[in-house]
Design a protein around this ligand. Structure first.
Ligand code: 6LW
Length: 513
């Protein structure tokens, strides 16, 4: 066994974009889709010509009819998609953990995706499709319910109706028995290959492979498993796994996986989320020429990449009621899915209206926040509150949000009778609330609320845009929002929020960002 066999991998999207799935298009380009959990729009879609340089082309889930929910907690919603192309149609199979497994289809991913086709009788998460040469379609995924032992399960399926055609069969139990998940089936030469993640999505994460002469098995394990892992290393990149491949039958195969970026200050405490990486690999004796392979970020020091500023994109709702975002890379995402009568954003230049009923970040009452993914440790994010006097109830401000129990705010409170505002930086950490900075400003002032990130965490400030004076509002370590402390599957959202309180159930504030 090789103890340390580390190669560079290229990060292909920044900020939380976990569980990457890819496929090749008939034009020879590649598409990638990622998990999006409770956020809307969901299922971001990227395109690439070479597998290494990717740009976003949209979100497969951009209508509320595709995202049914009643109440959605953090890290619920949309999990681990698989994208495949067969006979003129792109299939995107995915779990909505609040409802079940479903398939979206598209003839042209640039033009949009169908409403969900629900897959009946297929429990569990991480569903995947495989089309054999004769067109027979298979679904595979993890165990579901309490009675099934951990492992990878397989059935035949009609992907056009979601009808599962054969009994679920357990085809693999993994090599350790610990969380075999995220399976994908491929064919190459005379072999069917099964790849799956194992060890959990945290520090023990890995990817394994096995092959068989029929989709049902029996599967022969690769002697070099795990195929890739960063467990027991001190690399900047940690928790790699959840792979998917394109050009599986060729000499060079494109593989994507996700991992978490860490930093020197707080090793193994990365808080940006799980981000996708890509590599090309070659084959040897009908196995990938990989064994116990570790990968680190291509750029030396993952915390020091070039993206220093978060780009803020203007959202809008089009005539068909679709939530859309303008600009190049379309990074704007809302908190929980918008309700018909809820938020949302209407765009007027870079002014955003947030309408919040009586609510907090508990997610039960619809969206409370609009934001953008944190894409690097170093960034500056700011939002100017157009008129603090519009706030008649509750609070509003900027949030650095991991989940409803772990978030940081610059909170602007309703002005007192003398027209004085209190502005506080507050850490919300597992039910404990600490005020780390507090200033007063006149409600007549136009205020810019500022967060600056670095390897250690976040610095907060408020600037009076008329006088130009900036007042520091404290520092909060990023590890408060790390996976280790905050848990969950997502990453950090930077954005603006408004919370109503008490008798008044509606508040409306505007920001320029
Ligand atoms: C996903 C599972 C995983 O369903 O995390 O890393 C879960 N892998 O396969 C949520 O992203």
């Amino acid at each position: 066994m090789t103890l340390f066999n580390c190669k560079p991998a290229r990060r292909i999207a920044s900020g939380f974009h976990p569980d990457p799935t890819i496929c090749e298009t008939p034009q020879g380009t590649y598409l990638m889709v990622n998990s999006s959990f409770e956020y809307f729009p969901g299922l971001p879609v990227f395109e690439s010509e070479d597998g290494m340089h990717w740009h976003k082309i949209g979100d497969a889930m951009n209508r509320t009819t595709q995202f049914p929910y009643e109440s959605m907690g953090n890290s619920q919603g949309i999990y681990a998609p698989t994208l495949r192309y067969f006979d003129g149609t792109f299939y995107l199979i995915v779990t909505n953990v609040n409802k079940g497994n479903m398939i979206l289809t598209s003839a042209d991913p640039h033009a949009g995706w169908s409403d969900p086709i629900w897959v009946d009788g297929w429990p569990g998460i991480d569903p995947s499709l495989f089309f054999d040469d004769d067109g027979t379609a298979y679904i595979c995924g993890n165990e579901g319910g309490e009675r099934e032992p951990a492992g990878i399960y397989l059935s035949k399926i009609d992907p056009t109706t979601g009808t599962v055609l054969t009994k679920r069969q357990r085809i693999c139990g993994g090599i350790t028995g610990s969380n075999p998940e995220g399976p994908h089936l491929y064919k190459r030469g005379g072999f069917y290959y099964l790849m799956w993640a194992e060890g959990g999505t945290e520090s023990g994460h890995m990817e394994n492979i096995a092959r068989a002469t029929a989709p049902e098995g029996p599967y022969e394990m690769y002697a070099g498993n795990p195929l890739i892992t960063n467990r027991s290393t001190h690399l900047t990149l940690q928790a790699i796994g959840h792979c998917d491949c394109a050009r599986f039958g060729d000499e060079r195969t494109l593989m994507v996986f996700h991992g978490t970026r860490n930093n020197d200050e707080y090793p193994a405490q990365g808080w940006i989320g799980r981000e996708p990486y890509a590599v090309w690999f070659t084959w040897e004796n009908d196995w990938p020429a990989l064994a116990d392979q570790s990968y680190d970020c291509e750029l030396n020091g993952c915390g020091d990449s070039l993206e220093r500023d978060v780009e803020w994109i203007t959202p809008s709702i089009d005539a068909a009621g679709r939530f859309t975002v303008g600009g190049g890379d379309k990074r704007m995402i809302a908190g929980p899915v918008p309700r018909e009568d809820g938020l949302l954003c209407d765009s007027n230049g870079v002014t955003i209206d947030i309408h919040a009923a009586e609510q907090d970040f508990s997610l039960d009452d619809g969206p409370t926040m609009v934001g953008t993914r944190q894409t690097d440790f170093r960034f500056e994010f700011g939002a100017t509150l157009a008129d603090a006097r519009e706030l008649t109830d509750g609070e509003t401000g900027v949030a650095v949000y991991a989940n409803a129990n772990h978030y940081l705010t610059i909170a602007v409170h309703v002005a007192d009778d003398d027209g004085l505002l209190t502005i506080e930086t507050v850490a919300h950490n597992a039910g404990l609330t600490s005020v780390v900075g507090s200033v007063h400003e006149s409600a007549d002032a136009t205020l810019r609320l500022i967060v600056r990130g670095d390897d250690r965490g976040y610095d907060f400030a408020v600037k009076n845009t008329f006088t130009g004076e900036e007042q520091p509002l404290g520092h909060i370590p990023g590890k408060v929002l790390s996976f280790v402390n905050a848990g969950g599957f997502t990453g950090i959202l930077l954005g603006v929020y408004a919370h109503g309180r008490g008798e008044i159930t509606y508040t409306n504030v505007r920001y320029t960002v």
